[in-house]
Design a protein around this ligand. Structure first.
Ligand SMILES: Nc1ncnc2c1ncn2[C@@H]1O[C@H](COP(=O)(O)OP(=O)(O)O)[C@@H](O)[C@H]1O
Ligand SMILES: [Mg+2]
Length: 232
């Protein structure tokens, strides 16, 4: 479904991503784990063409390497960016509406869908984004991406800054979106434990290179992954 080949991202002399290859199949949950600065955000942002890159990206066998971001969103890829990036001075509902710019006709039904997935957003729909808790803001960021009706979600460190119980709730929803709604997921995380417990497969990114890839249970029991990413 998503095929990434020889992806490279440079910022001046800094080589953030150094020629990586990976695939995500339709219906999978795949994670890329890596430390701060490994190149995770650069990978996702470059797939969406938010930063320049080299290499090739295919989505459903179409070459989307050079499509502008709004066209990539129309094809069915949605990004939930690092740090959530919701609008704190807009209400929950206004934030959600902004996510529907590619398909205004389906706005109402998508809004109902998002509210059914996140009932708390419905309760708080008239409140400002800035008044929500961290977990609710992350739900809003996921909800906004869902408003474009994506086939696949790219999530950039959704667990960041959230209490473990909130992460558990959020990741439960991600699993539901995958298993019940058929949304394919590519999740990048520093929090390797929760990411690998959710995902079917994983890649380990170090200094812009993929150094390991395997089924999640294999990575979870790998001595090297345990030592470096799971606190021994
Ligand atoms: N806009 C930028 N300008 C210059 N360097 C950047 C920029 N964004 C990221 N980098 C650098 O690229 C590397 C990878 O960053 P990033 O993709 O954000 O990693 P991660 O998301 O895994 O923390 C880091 O060395 C980071 O400092
Ligand atoms: Mg990042």
């Amino acid at each position: 479904m998503l095929k990434v080949r020889d992806l490279q991202v440079k910022y001046g002399v800094i080589e953030a991503v150094r020629g990586i290859n990976f695939d995500v199949k339709n219906g999978e949950i795949v994670t890329i784990i890596g430390a701060n600065g490994a190149g995770k955000s650069s990978t996702l942002n470059s797939i969406m063409n938010l930063v320049p890159k080299k290499g090739k990206v295919e989505f459903f066998e179409e070459d989307i390497t050079n499509l502008p971001t709004n066209r990539i969103v129309e094809r069915g890829l949605g990004l939930v960016p690092e740090g959530r990036r919701i609008f704190i001075n807009l209400t929950v509902e206004e934030n959600l509406k902004l996510g529907a710019y590619t398909n205004p006709d389906e706005m109402e039904s998508l809004m109902e869908f998002v509210y059914s997935i996140f009932p708390r957003l419905k309760e708080k729909r008239e409140q400002f984004g800035g008044s929500l808790s961290g977990g609710e803001q992350q739900m809003l960021a996921v909800g906004r991406a869902l408003m474009a009706g994506p086939k696949m979600l790219l999530l950039d460190e959704p667990s960041m800054g959230l209490a473990p119980i909130v992460v558990k709730e959020l990741f439960g929803v991600l699993k539901q979106l995958n298993r019940e709604e058929g949304i394919t997921i590519l999740l990048v995380e520093q929090n390797a434990g929760v990411a690998l417990r959710l995902a079917d497969r994983g890649y380990v990114l170090e200094n812009g290179k993929i150094v390991m890839e395997d089924k999640s249970d294999k990575l979870l029991s790998s001595p090297e992954v345990r030592k470096k990413y799971l606190g021994g």
